[in-house]
Design a protein around this ligand. Structure first.
Ligand code: UTP
Length: 271
């Protein structure tokens, strides 16, 4: 069973400027709860025991959110407010599971993943992108089950509008395992409409093999000058490592753009 998860949080969040010029988007409330807590709850429910946050100096606000004990202790002593005590206990529970590593420059998701190399113990680990919320069904839990059964990597997949393929990582699918799962032949980062092999897009949940670190350490920057995790995945697939695309049944919410963030808040409020 997979016990470790990593969460890259060191990006600049330019789509949510000007808010992100002073604020970590992952702490923005979605129906009263910071977005990152939905991701943490998904991990905990999926049986994850340790979570590695990749942050930067600019995102230290996230670390402070979990390490504000003196402040809570003082307030609780003074006010004895049950709501605050409950919230503090929840934060302590999260804190116990989280390790922080730093990515000094936002060189890309692949570079962020590489920073966790010395902390990963088992053959496979989970990665969640915090902009991508998946509600109603725990996607990580379903993917861990698939990994346990097929002993290979798994990535979340969703059909997107054909006209929007150039915004996503797009799969070329191979053999069908069953209605929800296909072997992946290839992943292409943000293809043009004419080059896209399908309209099945990569969504931010990945079960990756430890062997990805050796690929990442040799990887050159790709599209937009960034080190993309999808390029390392592609090299592993070329070397015949098995990757499964899992069409999840939960509902996807994009919290990385302002329009998406507002829509996500409304959707979650309806639950
Ligand atoms: P994105 O590139 O999609 O988002 O990274 P971003 O950089 O946060 O925001 P925009 O695109 O400028 O609006 C996907 C995830 O990978 C992390 C981001 O924090 C985000 O969670 N990331 C990205 C890193 O940790 N390091 C990087 O160098 C790049």
């Amino acid at each position: 069973m997979i016990k470790q998860a990593i969460i890259p949080l060191a990006g600049l969040g330019t789509r949510l400027l000007p808010l992100t010029s002073v604020f970590a988007k992952e702490l923005l409330p979605i129906n009263g709860k910071p977005g990152i807590e939905y991701i943490l709850d998904e991990c905990i429910e999926a049986g994850i025991k340790e979570i590695i946050f990749i942050i930067s100096k600019k995102k230290e606000m996230i670390k402070r959110y979990f390490y504000n004990d003196q402040f809570y202790k003082k307030i609780i002593k003074r006010k004895k407010d049950q709501r605050i005590i409950k919230e503090y206990k929840k934060i302590l529970k999260y804190k116990k599971m989280i390790k922080f590593v730093y990515q000094d420059k936002p060189l890309g998701t692949g570079d962020a993943v590489l920073k966790t190399k010395k902390y990963i113990n088992d053959k496979f680990f989970l990665m969640l992108l915090p902009d991508d919320l998946i509600i109603k069904k725990n996607c990580s839990k379903s993917m861990i089950k698939i990994n346990t059964r097929y002993k290979c990597s798994v990535m979340a997949s969703m059909r997107v509008n054909k006209k929007s393929v150039s915004r996503w990582g797009i799969y070329k699918l191979g053999k069908k395992l069953n209605k929800e799962n296909y072997f992946i032949k290839n992943v292409i980062e943000k293809p043009s409409i004419s080059n896209a092999p399908s309209n099945q897009a990569v969504i931010g949940r990945y079960i990756l093999p430890k062997s990805i670190f050796s690929k990442l350490s040799k990887q050159k920057p790709g599209k937009g000058g960034e080190i993309h995790i999808t390029d390392a995945i592609q090299s592993l697939i070329y070397e015949d490592n098995k990757f499964i695309a899992h069409s999840f049944s939960g509902k996807y919410l994009d919290c990385g753009s302002m329009q998406g963030y507002i829509k996500s808040t409304l959707e979650i409020a309806k639950l």
